[in-house]
Design a protein around this ligand. Sequence first.
Ligand code: NAD
Ligand code: MN
Length: 362
Amino acid sequence: MTVIKIAVIPGDGIGKEVMQEALKVLNCLQEQDSSLQIETTIFPWSSDYYVQHGCMMPDHALETLQAYDAILFGAIGDARVPDDVTVWELIMPIRKQFQQYVNFRPIKSLPGITSPLARGNDIDFVIFRENAEGEYSDSGGRLYQQQPQEMTIQNTIMTRIGIEKIVQAACDYAKQHGKTKLTSATKSNAIIHSMKFWDEHTRKTVAESAPALQLESIYIDALVAYFVERPQDFEVVVASNLFGDILSDLGSAIVGGLGLSPSANLNPEKDFPSMFEPVHGSAPDIAGKGIANPIAQIWSLALLLGHQGRTDLEQLIVNAITTVLQQGLVKTADIGGQATTEQMGDAICQEIINRTITAGGV
Ligand code: NAD
Ligand code: MN
């Protein structure tokens, strides 16, 4: 029996609260299915850790993580530590070291959840965000400090291989899921070096590896408007790091909010562990109140199990979440209810148990 080894990093704020519920779901699955062998190790790398040790994670943290099959991440961000430190010392090194160059974010309408859009039903697309290079770069710096001509340069780094790999991953997904159209976010009319390069290699990759796929390139400013006006038109969207980040928060918002949106940082070759985390951050405005929605975190766990080959368990969790939302009896504040984080986690576990009993086992 294979054991799935999961490194768990709850992080800060609501990250710790929602992670508790994902671990509860994991326990519940193990109780239902004795063939599911999971080993979890919790790593306390967070802003608390930074305050105590002066770093977000210890020296050999990445070597430690490499021994795991997957990483389940909560969220980070805390007023005591600058946001660029939490991001660049914890999340970025993991994404880069383990070549998690695909950030996969499904955007799907859910039953019982009202979209803020008038025509917000039947939304069902996925975003492939480039996750290892692009605009999120530490290349650049300040010049002429304290002088009138003081200035800063922030470089975007795009490589041919980097673009080919993310577009290839989007094409593979499209082919596997019977999708007919790929939308690429661009801004090559204004950002002439990086985005023209992006367009060129996106076009080439699609022509070579998925010629039957219809490719449309849309300027990012128009694309955000289309996400609001006609979100049903999209199937698979591929975008650079920054554009993909913005599009996926908007994508979450149009299907009901950040509390519902999972993501996967994938190394498709499986040479390294992939990392699964909600799209949202540590939500300091509601942290400590026990009211955060744990669905994004629990769904991220579902994506993790699917990536480890247990698509049956992924489907079981997603079905349980969908049923709980459809029934509408347990809702957290972000989706118009009064349930606590814990009550939502319990309701999803109960639904998993009900479904397992009805099916006579997992
Ligand atoms: P955020 O996602 O933390 O919060 C945005 C809004 O959404 C807030 O009003 C929050 O209450 C709400 N929200 C988020 N998740 C929710 C949930 N599960 N249930 C209910 N409501 C939820 O984004 P922000 O406010 O821009 O950032 C806060 C901190 O999080 C910052 O320090 C930022 O750097 C960090 N951050 C971390 C990550 C990450 O860990 N990957 C991602 C984004 C932001
Ligand atoms: Mn984001």
